[in-house]
Design a binder for this molecule. Structure first.
Ligand code: NAD
Length: 458
């Protein structure tokens, strides 16, 4: 513990040297990170295969490739993002000029979960470095192979007084750090339950937070949707990483008129994507651990299995599963599933579908399948959600021009691309006033100047 305290003190000391602030420093660190990720490419692939049975292709598309893209967009724009921006000055303050600077936050703590253990740790790191901060990285202990490679990469390229890599049980090391040290920001990705603990600890020291949490993200399929396309996109978004994706469609609400067709196509598509035996399929992963496996298997008994339901604890395998006759009060519809189980529920009217969605208000993601502009506008106007897609699922996450984040129960704050830079910096407004113009009207005695003030200040 004393070691950790002195490491945190060293970060503060280093930050106070201002070494992390120049553009050249930030740029060099990002380039170094990029090169080193490429160097350890195959070790990362092996680690993710060992932890989650991710294929090389999936690892690139959903982990390493996303970090590389984030570094690239940041390197391309960083100088411009860092430049102070001139802004207007109101009448009463003329002829002053006004600028908004972007200040680093200081020492930031980034805490990541196990499901995308590379990108959920490193994409925020890119933003934090771009912002000119010192960083403490806390990976998840539940993806141990990936944790080891990441530790190797981070400690090889960054001195611990700049980026400190802290391993271990989150419930121990995070409170130990947050109670003894004041971070300038905590960026947390993970469950709602732990998010609340983080928020409470941060509140004690008035530390600002970004919380990237989970929730129940719905996919809505209207009768006018292109069912063939909708099924492919929902199945891919759901069963990717064995359903262990925070933005995966958690459940489907399908219009009663197309429910049968939807389910038939879904069964066909699952076989096409993962064959009749997904347990040995290259494209299909595994559940992270026995604890999660047990939770998911318990859900299987609470509804009718349309397809799937096979499981093997030894292999941590649960097949892609579609469920119907799901009660809205069952855990399947009140808890975040976070696994390859997809409840399909029918609806008659848009109001009925909206009421079901609002039972778990503020989903992290929202997916709408329709060809009607009017239906699209109605959902977007009436339902709050973190982010979403029309006629697609999951892919909005990969578009770094869009802010990514939750609302209400699914979190607060956002990141990716420029939004990461904004999250990891603070607006610092400065007004500069020339000395040559100094009218006495601005100073006491003020008596008799009210009319003039009313004219100038409005
Ligand atoms: P988790 O909350 O159990 O753990 C996340 C991190 O918090 C880990 O690093 C862990 O060590 C640490 N931690 C655990 N207990 C802690 C405690 N008491 N105090 C402080 N830190 C603690 O989450 P998880 O199971 O790893 O991830 C699954 C959840 O994360 C799901 O709900 C999912 O939806 C959500 N998630 C959200 C996003 C997003 O971008 N919004 C992305 C991925 C996952």
């Amino acid at each position: 513990m004393n070691d950790l305290n002195s490491s945190l003190a060293a970060l503060k000391f280093f930050y106070n040297t201002h070494a992390t602030k120049p553009f050249a420093f930030r740029k060099n660190q990002l380039q170094l990170l990029k090169q080193t990720l490429l160097k350890y490419d195959s070790e990362i692939e092996q680690a993710l295969f060992s932890d989650l049975k991710k294929s090389r292709e999936e690892t690139y598309a959903t982990e390493t490739g996303l970090v590389l893209a984030e570094i690239n967009v940041t390197l391309k724009n960083l100088r411009q993002w860092m430049e102070p921006k001139s802004t207007g000055t109101n009448l009463v303050n003329l002829p002053s000029t006004s600028k908004i600077y972007r200040d680093p936050l200081g020492i930031v703590l980034i805490i990541a979960p196990w499901n995308y253990p590379v990108q959920l740790l490193l994409i925020p790191l890119v933003g934090a470095i771009a912002g000119g901060n010192c960083v403490v990285l806390k990976p998840s202990e539940f993806a141990p192979a990936t944790d080891r490679v990441l530790q190797k990469i981070i400690t090889e390229i960054f001195p611990p007084e700049f980026v400190l890599y802290v391993q271990g049980d989150g419930a121990e090391v995070v409170p130990a750090m947050m109670k003894n040290f004041r971070f300038d920001h905590v960026f947390y990705t993970g469950s709602i339950a732990v998010g609340k603990i983080i928020y409470q600890m941060a509140a004690e020291k008035l530390v600002p937070v970004t919380l990237e949490l989970g929730g129940k993200s719905p996919a809505i399929v209207h009768a006018d949707a292109d069912i063939t396309v909708a099924v492919k996109r929902i199945a891919f978004g759901k069963f990717l990483n064995t359903g262990q994706t925070c933005i995966a469609p958690d459940y489907v609400l399908v219009h009663i008129d197309v429910k049968e067709k939807f389910i038939e196509k879904l069964k066909e598509t699952i076989t096409k994507f993962y064959s009749t035996d997904a347990s040995s399929n290259y494209n299909y992963g595994k559940i992270i651990n026995e604890k999660r496996f047990d939770v998911l298997v318990r859900y299987l008994d609470t509804a009718k299995i349309v397809t799937g339901g096979d499981h093997d604890k030894e292999k941590l395998f649960i097949s892609p599963t579609v469920l119907e006759n799901v009660s809205l009060d069952s855990p399947l519809m009140t808890e975040e599933i976070f696994g390859p189980l997809l409840p399909v529920i029918s609806f008659n009217t848009i109001e009925e579908a909206m009421n079901i969605v609002q039972r778990n208000a503020g989903p992290l993601a929202f997916y709408l399948f329709t060809t009607s502009k009017k239906t699209e506008e109605e959902w977007i106007e009436k339902i709050p959600f973190g982010g979403g897609c029309v006629n697609n699922a999951d892919w909005h996450f990969t578009n770094h021009y869009l802010p990514f984040g939750g609302v209400g129960n699914s979190g607060m704050g956002s990141y990716h691309g420029k939004y990461s830079f904004d999250t990891f910096t603070r607006l610092k407004p400065v007004m500069k006033t020339p000395n040559w113009f100094d009218p006495s009207i601005k100073y006491p005695p003020l008596k008799g100047k009210l009319k003039l003030f009313k004219w100038i200040i409005k």
